[in-house]
Design a binder for this molecule. Structure first.
Ligand code: KG4
Ligand code: ZN
Length: 357
């Protein structure tokens, strides 16, 4: 089985083709095209929805062509078409979703509307063949949550941010430090030679019995510390501030995961592992702390490569494949969902007729 997946919910236009791995959990990635729009948004310090939607339109056709060519396949030889239908910026979602539906209609293929967050949560199955149930940490520019993944479409949010997403906090503190958007990767590089103990930043939510996150207080603390350093902080100050901020984020994430593991342990059989997804999970300091946590807990850490933690088409194609194998196809009337929380609405809805459209 081969599925093409389209991703346009934020600032990456991405198209991929994946093929079912017979006798295994994962899939083979036959092609994986990603075109980042970051350069177009950098001047504004964040993603501009209008620019994003237009940029998706400009390149999507070409990317679909390239993804098919790289996979040495044709539309006729695909078994289904999947597109991210949300959550995300409505203009961008409309572009990818409409393109996916149009392809499905023209080629008479089944169409699958994929939840972008679900795709992040399932990526560890694509790359690591992780079995159910497991715990997933999704930390990106738009989301920060911990999800119990019991099966395809069967998710329970154990905790989420009550304000900023982790990536958003990295980006905002990066901006304060004069780094270009998105600040996460540059902040990590700056932190590498800094002292993580120099600034005593708060660890919001630590010790709370729920698994929720909060990052806005930490961001404010970073701003105040920077202001106290005066108009021209030294390179050393900037490095120490970056390292101290990053250490606080890592501590918060690890504490929240410990709580989530306890919550999970009360209701489930032992998790098969901890899966990570979202751009922030490319952060090496976080990865090292996650490895330590999993080592202590005797838990398998399933870490997709950084390019599959960030937004990509392979995760959409794979989530589409997983749903398709269960007969979960969608009608062409499926509307975009700018907000689409994981949970009840994703739970294996009754399979609709496979005959499509
Ligand atoms: O998943 P993603 O590519 O896009 C969405 O937001 O959905 O995540 C991008 C976010 C940005 O906020 C970026 O700054 C952050 O992930 N990020 C990082 C790192 N690489 C990307 N944050 C911290 N450390 C990194 N190495
Ligand atoms: Zn994402």
């Amino acid at each position: 089985m081969r599925v093409l997946g389209i991703e346009t919910t934020c600032d990456e236009t991405a198209v991929a083709v994946v093929e079912e791995k017979l006798g295994g959990v994962g899939a083979e990635i036959l092609s994986n095209e990603v075109m980042s729009q970051i350069a177009r948004h950098a001047a504004y310090g964040g993603v501009v929805p209008e620019i994003a939607a237009r940029a998706h339109i400009e390149v999507l056709d070409r990317l679909i062509g390239r993804a098919l060519a790289d996979a040495r396949t044709e539309i006729e030889r695909l078994d289904a078409i999947a597109a991210a239908a949300g959550p995300g910026l409505i203009g961008g979602v409309l572009v990818g979703l409409t393109a996916g539906k149009a392809l499905a209609l023209a080629a008479k293929k089944p169409f699958i509307a994929v939840n972008h967050t679900e795709a992040h949560a399932l990526t560890a199955r694509l790359t690591e063949g992780l079995g159910f149930p497991y715990l997933a940490l999704i930390a990106s520019g738009g989301h920060t949550q911990i999800v119990a993944v019991r099966g395809v479409g069967d998710y329970e949010k154990l905790g989420a941010t009550v304000d900023d997403a982790a990536g958003e906090a990295f980006d905002k503190v990066g901006k304060m430090l004069g780094l270009t958007y998105p600040g996460g990767p540059e902040l990590e590089a700056l932190a590498r030679h800094g002292d993580p103990q120099r600034f005593d930043f708060p660890r919001p939510m630590i010790g709370r019995p729920d698994a929720d996150f909060s990052f806005s207080g930490l961001k404010t603390a970073a701003r105040q510390a920077l202001q106290r350093l005066g108009d021209a902080p030294s390179e050393r100050d900037r490095r120490d501030l970056a390292a101290s901020f990053q250490a606080a984020v890592v501590d918060v994430v690890i504490d929240r995961l410990r709580v989530a593991l306890r919550i999970f342990g009360k209701t489930e059989e032992r998790p098969q592992g901890l899966a990570i997804g979202g751009g922030v999970c490319a952060n090496q300091a976080l990865r090292q702390a996650l490895a330590r946590l999993c080592g202590e807990a005797g838990l398998r850490l399933a870490t997709p490569p950084p390019e599959l933690c960030a937004d990509n088409g392979a995760m959409i194609a794979f989530a589409g494949l997983e749903r398709f194998k269960l007969g979960l196809v969608d009608g062409l009337a499926f509307a975009p969902r700018p907000r689409w929380p994981l949970g009840a609405a994703n739970r294996a809805a009754p399979a609709r007729a496979l005959a499509q459209p």
